[in-house]
Ligand binder design. Structure first.
Ligand code: NAD
Length: 283
């Protein structure tokens, strides 16, 4: 698998393994072991997923060298002060059993708790403080890169007013039918790599007739087609499954090139679910 190179020079494998809703314990442990066996070298977790202990156990038992695996975790919304952000990364490292992660993300830019506590603009001050704490943790070697998630243009613009370190990544919802043009352009303007969460449409794509017919045409599964679409857009997809066969098969998307017309059809696919508005979602 090829790497992308982040804006701080750190290499990141171009497909990551998603672990949202993978239950802590055997389910996550087996899924991450299966992913590493299948060739994934990039695991995406988060404090809120509650499965960092099992992810860490799977990493430790895998026999793959730590420096050959890229691990991302995320700061949850109830830790949006500088002190809490430091403590939260320490707690994630302890749970993962690691000395450092490769990427640490602010999970959401405008949690509801900040909104109710500080009024409409509370997130600006909070994100600046949290980011500064994360920059110190980067300097301390607790993470090799910093990034954000679900940041729209106005969140990025605001953060960049005070940031010393430009985010390396913006992890947002991107999938056939969910193409967040303004956030994509705002990220790219600063050399920020886009990671695609929900790259399989969170399951929504599998029954779509247009997608199924197109996948057949290329001799690919729907999941492989969606991963290929993501890569061809220059995104970094994070497909999730807990089924070993699917985990392995979802990786098999590197040998296909979609036509410009099919790329566009997928981009504009009518889907039920749009992206959540980070200034409105209630967590
Ligand atoms: P996804 O698009 O990866 O879809 C996962 C769903 O597709 C699951 O229900 C799975 O059973 C199914 N699936 C996977 N492979 C399949 C196959 N080959 N055939 C049939 N069904 C298949 O959705 P996701 O898990 O929500 O997103 C991927 C990852 O992105 C997450 O696991 C997580 O790591 C990350 N994420 C981040 C955020 C964020 O706010 N930053 C939010 C959601 C997810």
């Amino acid at each position: 698998m090829k790497d992308y190179v982040l804006n701080n020079g750190v290499k990141i494998p171009s497909i990551g393994f998603g672990t949202f809703l993978a239950k802590d314990g055997e389910e996550t442990y087996r899924a991450v072991r299966a992913a590493l066996d299948a060739g994934y070298r990039h695991i995406d977790t988060a404090a809120i997923y509650g499965n960092e202990v099992s992810v860490g156990r799977a990493l430790a038992d895998s026999g793959v060298a730590r420096e050959d695996i890229f691990v991302t975790t995320k700061l949850w919304n109830d830790n949006h002060t500088a002190e809490q952000a430091h403590a939260a990364l320490d707690e994630s490292l302890t749970k993962l059993g690691l000395d450092y992660v490769d990427l640490y993300l602010v999970h959401w830019p405008n949690p509801s708790s900040v909104r109710s506590e500080r009024g409409a603009d509370g997130w600006k001050e909070r994100n600046a403080a949290v980011w500064s704490a994360m920059e110190a943790d980067l300097d301390a070697g607790k993470t090799r890169a910093l990034g954000v998630s679900n940041f729209m243009k106005h969140h990025l613009d605001e953060l960049l007013k005070t940031a010393r370190v430009t985010p390396a990544v913006n992890q947002i919802r991107l999938a056939p039918g969910v193409y967040q043009t303004e956030a994509i352009e705002a990220s790219r303007a600063h050399g920020i790599l886009l990671e695609a969460w929900g790259p399989l449409g969170q399951g929504e794509l599998f029954a779509n007739e247009t997608v199924r017919a197109m996948a057949d045409k290329y001799g690919k599964t729907v999941a492989q087609l969606a991963v290929a679409w993501s890569l061809q857009n220059g995104f970094l997809p994070l497909p999730k499954s807990v089924t070993p066969e699917r985990i392995a098969s979802n990786l098999d998307a590197l040998d296909v090139t979609l036509s410009a017309e099919d790329m566009e059809t997928l981009k504009n696919l009518p889907v039920q679910q749009g992206a959540d508005d980070p200034d409105v979602v209630s967590w």
